[in-house]
Design a protein. Structure first.
Length: 405
């Protein structure tokens, strides 16, 4: 088996040492990014010597970027160089603006395409969007990194996509998981045989039945986890045993609404520190849920793995006409030293909303907790004190049990 580079098979100690050096260099860079300097003003950056020390720094959220960009467009002061020094400026819904570069494999997507078997002998039909958002360029950059040619197809005009794939002889597909099936079904309707044997997908759920459908057609389909802000975060290999973390990011799994890491294997929010020197996002909260897997991939790549996308961490829920947010649940936990964790359950009794707050605590002073619930959540609800360790480890801090059908 060949690997993209030697970084993929480093020992855990080598990786930790290398990333510690890169992290300290990255923290030095952020002092020249005005918004980051302000964001970290109350934190002791000098206390961060390795990835294990990252929890002393605050979490950066997309709402922080949006607010800063509105005040100081386009990047809000979170980059280390001005906008005109980047090769691209992209716009995602929000709007949120992201920088981009044509520098070699700037988004680190080549590593995933290599793991997908894409190389210099392939022509990639890139069906990610090229309009305003960066996905198309992200995957094109990765294709160049592995020496593949690219048909910049974008989305839509499926008949033309089929014709181009046939005429050019495209061998690999890049795009959302479901659009490849649209192309293949249209090709069947047109009586056209296509040459796809590989698919590198992202941006949506790859259901097992869909992956099997592609396999039945002779197409190996692997998926990655990437965002417009961060580029590639994690990716599958042929082993299809979890998603391997990219070599140039550091991932933490934290309790939603906080920056507190969870135990290995527990579900929580994915927080990413990018080691990209141009765009030094430190402890950036993706809003996605996942969990770390123990051990290493059978493919021989040695980095940690995550289970993949497991839902959204933003569990903001309207109860009795009021929004309850994960940050409020975190504030409730922090209000009492003895509370381990808490979980808000929204339900219905007849036509009325109900709220129950389950609190892990060795104490049984539910009256004091009820007062804190009303003060912090701005709602009154039933309080259940449960033994430490008894709440589910599924990443939920707000559980909505109401049926909306």
């Amino acid at each position: 088996m060949t690997y993209f580079d030697a970084l993929e098979t480093r020992s855990a100690d080598e990786r930790a040492s290398d990333q510690a050096v890169a992290l300290r260099e990255q923290l030095k860079r952020v002092t020249s990014a005005p918004a980051f300097a302000a964001h970290l003003a109350d934190a002791d950056i000098n206390a961060v010597g390795s990835a294990d020390d990252l929890p002393v720094l605050p979490v950066l959220r997309k709402s922080d970027l949006s607010r800063a960009q509105a005040e100081r467009p386009p990047f809000g002061g979170f980059t280390v160089k001005p906008a005109q020094h980047f090769h691209h400026v992209f716009q995602s819904p929000g709007p949120i603006y992201e920088p981009g570069s044509t520098d070699h494999d700037w988004w680190r997507m080549g590593r995933f395409l290599h793991a997908s078997g894409v190389g210099a002998a392939d022509i990639v039909q890139n069906c990610f969007g090229y309009h305003l958002t960066p996905a198309g360029m992200i995957f094109e950059s990765g294709a160049r990194a592995v020496g593949a040619s690219v048909l910049p197809a974008g989305t839509g005009q499926t008949e033309l996509q089929v014709t181009a794939a046939r005429d050019i002889g495209c061998t690999a597909y890049a795009g959302t998981p479901d659009y490849l099936k649209v192309i293949l079904d249209k090709a069947d309707d047109m009586g056209v045989a296509l040459n796809f044997s590989k698919a590198a997908v992202g941006g949506g759920a790859l259901f097992p039945s869909l992956r099997q459908d592609y396999a039945d057609r002779g197409i190996s389909c692997l998926q990655c986890y990437a965002t417009a802000d961060l580029g590639n975060i994690a990716y599958e290999s042929a082993a299809m045993d979890g998603m391997i973390i990219d070599e140039h990011v550091i991932i933490e799994i934290v309790t939603p609404g906080t920056g507190t890491p969870v135990a290995l294997g527990e579900v929580g929010e994915v927080v990413v520190t990018s080691l990209n020197p141009d765009y030094p996002l430190i402890r950036f909260a993706t809003g996605d849920l996942s969990a770390m897997l123990p051990g290493q991939s059978p493919c021989g790549r040695t980095n940690m793995r995550i289970k993949g996308w497991m839902g959204r961490a933003d569990q903001t829920t309207k109860i009795k006409g009021m929004f309850v947010r994960p940050e409020q649940v975190a504030a409730l936990v922090n209000k009492h030293d003895e509370i381990v964790k808490a979980r808000v359950i929204a339900a219905r009794q007849g036509e009325m909303d109900t709220m129950t707050v389950q609190i892990e605590s060795p104490c049984e002073n539910d009256l004091a907790y009820a007062k804190s619930v009303a003060e912090v959540l701005k709602l009154k609800g039933a309080v259940e004190v449960v033994a430490p360790g008894s709440l589910p480890k599924d990443g939920l801090v707000i559980e909505d049990q109401r049926v909306y059908e």
